[in-house]
Design a protein around this ligand. Structure first.
Ligand code: GDD
Ligand code: F6P
Length: 362
């Protein structure tokens, strides 16, 4: 879901900085071409059949066909966005690392996902040791790679935080005067089971027992219909139908309005390599409640409260603090805006400047 935001978010200012002095060719799935403005800057589109969208097919294609494509195109350096090293690639590779999933057994639902994770860890490990440059979207993600590769020599690396789109900053400015719904909590994500919506529902039940009229809005698609049903059942059995609203996927405009009108953004997740919605919420001055086992604590540190995962009691206490202590809320809200202002793409792309050095070997 977040792949395009991350990859093209970086490539837009990056292509601007290297073109026309250098050439940039973007290999992409046919149905997902690069944005027009990047092509208009002079980047070249190289489409690949959607047949290879399947992870196993893509990996086989990369191993068997990609090296000859690189030779044919006379590329000097490859930027791969899969987090793994492409085998037999004849030129140096910079590897953009975005995904933490292969390191987190809790997200693997069946044997196919477990097998994919095992194979990915091999590719990630090769990258950790042999890439020309690793670009991690958080230090947290780097530490997951490092923990799985203890005792192995680490190749050069940089942390490149994910930027916020200009339209997010713009919407935050436009909505600056909207009033916040009292006691309102917003969670935005692709609502997979490890994102912790069940913990938030339990936390809201605790707050209601404390006579705090908390409301929870869950925004984002539900990739796992069993989990969605579990949450609906939980809401019903806790008699929280008037407190929890399940909105599903909403438009960008509505998403921005939600960031602006809710008091707190919460995602008690097991596993985030960054947490784009949390960063977006910060742009709107909305403080964060999340866990300290994922990257959100690193990305949003001054702007929220971070605690144990699967802990409704701690989550309820943190939410209560931000829903009821106006002074603390104001401090964290200001910190959120200040932190978000540092996450422009122009700033975040800076570590990419090291890619060029791979081509010249300097
Ligand atoms: N318009 C709209 N956008 C949504 C909605 N729900 C989510 N999004 C957008 O979809 C993206 C989801 O981002 P993450 O929650 O960060 O995505 P993920 O699929 O769990 O991604 C993983 O990789 C990301 C980096 O590529 C990491 O940021 C993340 O932590 C995680 O590891 C964000 O840009 C968010 O704004 C919705 O209902 N409507
Ligand atoms: O390399 P993998 O594990 O197939 O991951 C692909 C996923 O990674 C992302 O590009 C970024 O999280 C998603 O958009 C996409 O679904």
């Amino acid at each position: 879901m977040s792949g395009n935001h991350v990859v093209y978010g970086f490539l837009r200012p990056y292509s601007e900085s290297i073109l026309p002095e250098h050439e940039l060719e973007i290999l992409h799935y046919e149905s997902n071409p690069p944005p027009d403005d990047i092509l208009q800057q002079g980047a070249v589109s190289v489409p690949l059949s959607d047949h290879y969208r399947n992870w196993a097919k893509r990996t086989l294609w990369e191993t068997t066909k990609f090296p000859s494509l690189v030779r044919e195109r006379k590329s000097d350096v490859v930027l791969t966005v899969s987090g793994a090293l492409i085998p037999r690639c004849p030129v140096p590779q910079a590897v953009l690392c975005q995904n933490p999933w292969c390191y987190r057994p809790i997200v693997h639902r069946n044997w196919k996902e477990r097998l994919k994770a095992r194979l990915q860890r091999v590719g990630y490990s090769k990258a950790f040791q042999h890439a020309g440059l690793m670009l991690y979207i958080s230090d947290h993600l780097r530490s997951l790679y490092a923990a799985d590769n203890q005792g192995r020599k680490e190749c050069p690396h940089e942390i490149a935080y994910v930027g916020l789109n200009e339209d997010t900053f713009e919407a935050a400015r436009e909505h600056a005067d909207l009033s916040r719904d009292p006691y309102s909590i917003l969670s935005v994500s692709a609502m997979a089971a490890w994102k912790g919506a069940h913990t938030l529902v339990d936390a809201v039940a605790i707050l209601r027992k404390r006579d705090i009229p908390a409301t929870l809005r869950l925004v984002g698609p539900w990739p796992d219909s069993d989990y969605e049903q579990r949450i609906r059942n939980q809401v019903n059995s806790l008699k929280l139908a008037d407190a929890v609203e399940i909105l599903g996927r909403v438009s960008d405009e509505e998403l921005h309005r939600q960031y602006a009108i809710n008091q707190v953004y919460a995602l008690p997740s097991h596993c985030e390599s960054y947490g784009i919605p949390a960063a977006e919420a910060m742009a709107f001055g909305t403080p964060i409640v999340s866990t300290n086992c994922c990257a959100i604590a690193e990305i949003c540190q001054p702007a929220g409260l971070f605690g144990p995962v699967e802990d409704p009691q701690w989550t309820a206490d943190a939410l209560q603090e931000l829903l009821t202590n106006q002074t603390n809320w104001q401090t964290l809200s200001e910190a959120a805006k200040t932190r978000a202002a540092t996450l422009t793409w122009q700033e975040c792309v800076k570590p990419f400047s090291k890619i060029e050095r791979l081509a010249t070997g300097s």
